[in-house]
Design a protein around this ligand. Structure first.
Ligand code: AP5
Length: 226
């Protein structure tokens, strides 16, 4: 299965992507995590990306498309993939369509996470991520680790991302509305998009996402399960 998870910063894309990818046995590809790995390794690409990320801006398309094209060419995506944070503007969406068409492949579904700005601010303000693996995500109030400041998956130190400051978050939301939201329309026109609420417990959102992609069930009360 080839999926795309889209939504504003802090909507819970990373949180859901890890769970969905495990459930579907597909590769989770997050451009944000790929850039943060480059930043940690202090590569030239990482230093370039960091300048844009700190300002809440998109990393230039040439860099981003190159990174994802290289990643999609690796054999571990042959069974499928879940894209988290890419594409983020129409040029990236068209590039992805081209990459997949060249490989005689296509997206199966797009899940669009909907969330009010006030909840985005609460989620981002309390987010802590693991220095060893950015896919290990916690929240000081909603999903605190057993020991404060320590990742309960691998024991790594938790930290607050430097693009999670309030002014940067406001910029990221503005960029999302201006550049990324039109990507939803691009895929809606192809009949691929299901919009779901990102509110509620992590498991509830996961259940909704599974229903949206045809891998869950809706019971008589209207609640979804899998
Ligand atoms: P990226 O890392 O992709 O950030 P983002 O899209 O802004 O999304 P976030 O990672 O902030 O949030 P999320 O939706 O994953 O939420 P999470 O699961 O962590 O990108 C960062 C930057 O990299 C960009 O600004 C840009 O500069 C650059 N970049 C990346 N991709 C690019 C591209 N394609 N082109 C150009 N530039 C690119 O959850 C948030 C918090 O909420 C956590 O604490 C979590 O524990 C909590 N939470 C999650 N779900 C729930 C729930 N149901 N209930 C309560 N709490 C919850």
């Amino acid at each position: 299965m080839r999926l795309l998870l889209i939504g504003p910063p802090g909507a819970g894309k990373g949180t859901q992507a890890v769970r969905l990818a495990a459930r579907l046995s597909v590769q989770h590809l997050s451009t944000g995590d790929l850039f943060r790995e480059h930043i940690d390794r202090d590569t030239e690409l990482g230093r370039n990306a960091h300048t844009h990320m700190r300002a809440g801006l998109l990393v230039p398309d040439a860099v981003t498309i190159g990174v994802i094209q290289e990643r999609l060419a690796r054999p571990d995506t042959e069974r499928g993939f879940l894209l988290d944070g890419f594409p983020r503007n129409l040029a990236q969406a068209e590039a992805l369509d081209g990459i997949l068409a060249d490989a005689e492949s296509r997206l199966d579904a797009v899940v669009d996470l909907e969330i009010p700005d006030a909840e985005v601010v609460r989620r981002i303000a309390g987010r802590r991520v693991c220095r060893r693996d950015n896919a290990h995500i916690f929240h000081v109030e909603y999903s605190p680790p057993e020991v404060a400041g320590v990742c309960e998956v691998c024991g790594g130190p938790l930290y607050q991302r430097d693009d999670d400051r309030e002014a940067t978050v406001r910029k990221r939301l503005e960029v999302y509305r201006g550049l990324t939201a039109p990507v939803v329309g691009h895929y809606r026109a192809k009949g691929l998009v299901t919009t779901i609420s990102a509110l509620g417990h992590v498991q509830e959102v996961l259940d909704r996402a599974l229903v949206a992609i045809g891998r869950g069930q809706v019971d008589a009360s209207g609640a979804s399960s899998c």
